[in-house]
Design a protein. Structure first.
Length: 262
């Protein structure tokens, strides 16, 4: 299992251009070189900077319709950059978001396929299985935010949860029954009790979740927990904050972080 963090920032980060430096791009990650999860306006710069082979990308999965997580012109550009003759790039996206934000021009119909889903649905990206669960993060009345429990062919289980606040009961109960090898949780609000906690998370919440799911057996001492989607205006500097949360068993992700399971 391999994860490459292409971006780890919330929506308040400025676009750094071709080189991210000490900044952050909008949150996005590449799973096993083939599945791109979230694809905002900065994703293509990250793909180029971190030498991602777009020909290996078969699927793009979008958690919700906010502009830092989905940018259709960038998605179409990725599809165009892939080698001719490959099967169409599959774009998995909430049904409402697909209707509103994912129009495919006729000239691109052969290179990308939009595959809508709803919370509660299960879909496949090759041999990797995604189960979509509702999340507490409003977009619009027709667009629903989802988190994912991901079952990988090598037998690993991953949770991807950007963005969101407290888990709805159906999501919580599904997580209780899982055995997670990897978790990616959002940490938008840092240590602050901020007004955004109605739709985002802070570190106090993450510590509660870790303790609760450890008690349920969903998290073990071997579970790797990453924090992503940090707000520039709400979180401490990376090096300082990484050391702080590491004391509690969390890893603060950064752009370009490549992690592989043992």
């Amino acid at each position: 299992m391999q994860i490459l963090f292409l971006g780890t920032g919330a929506a308040d980060w400025p676009n750094p251009g071709p080189k991210v430096g000490k900044g952050r791009r909008f949150s996005s990650l590449l799973l096993n070189q083939t599945i791109l999860i979230d694809c905002g306006p900065m994703a293509l710069d990250a793909i180029r900077e971190f030498d991602v082979n777009v020909n290996l990308i078969t699927d793009i999965v979008i958690g919700h319709g906010h502009g830092d997580h989905i940018n259709m012109p960038i998605i179409l550009e990725i599809a165009k950059l892939r080698q001719e003759g490959l099967p169409p790039l599959r774009l998995h996206v909430n049904k409402g978001t697909a209707a509103i934000r994912c129009k495919v021009p006729p000239e691109c119909a052969a290179i990308i396929e939009v595959m809508p889903f709803m919370p509660g649905d299960t879909f496949n990206c090759g041999e990797t299985v995604f189960k979509a669960y509702p999340a507490s993060h409003p977009v619009s009345k027709d667009e629903l935010t989802t988190h994912f429990i991901i079952s990988l062919p090598e037998g690993k289980t991953m949770y991807y949860g950007l963005d969101g606040s407290w888990f709805p009961p159906t999501t919580w109960h599904a997580m209780q029954k899982a055995k997670f090898d990897v978790i990616v949780w959002e940490l938008t609000c840092g240590n602050l009790d901020d007004w955004r906690l109605g739709e985002h998370s802070n570190f106090s919440m993450l510590k509660i979740w870790k303790n609760a799911f450890t008690n349920d057996g969903a998290i073990s001492p071997n579970t790797k927990i990453f924090c992503s989607h940090m707000a520039r205006t709400l979180c401490p500097p990376h090096d300082l904050y990484a050391r702080e949360i590491a004391n509690f068993g969390f890893t603060l992700a950064y752009d370009g972080l490549l992690w592989e399971s043992k």
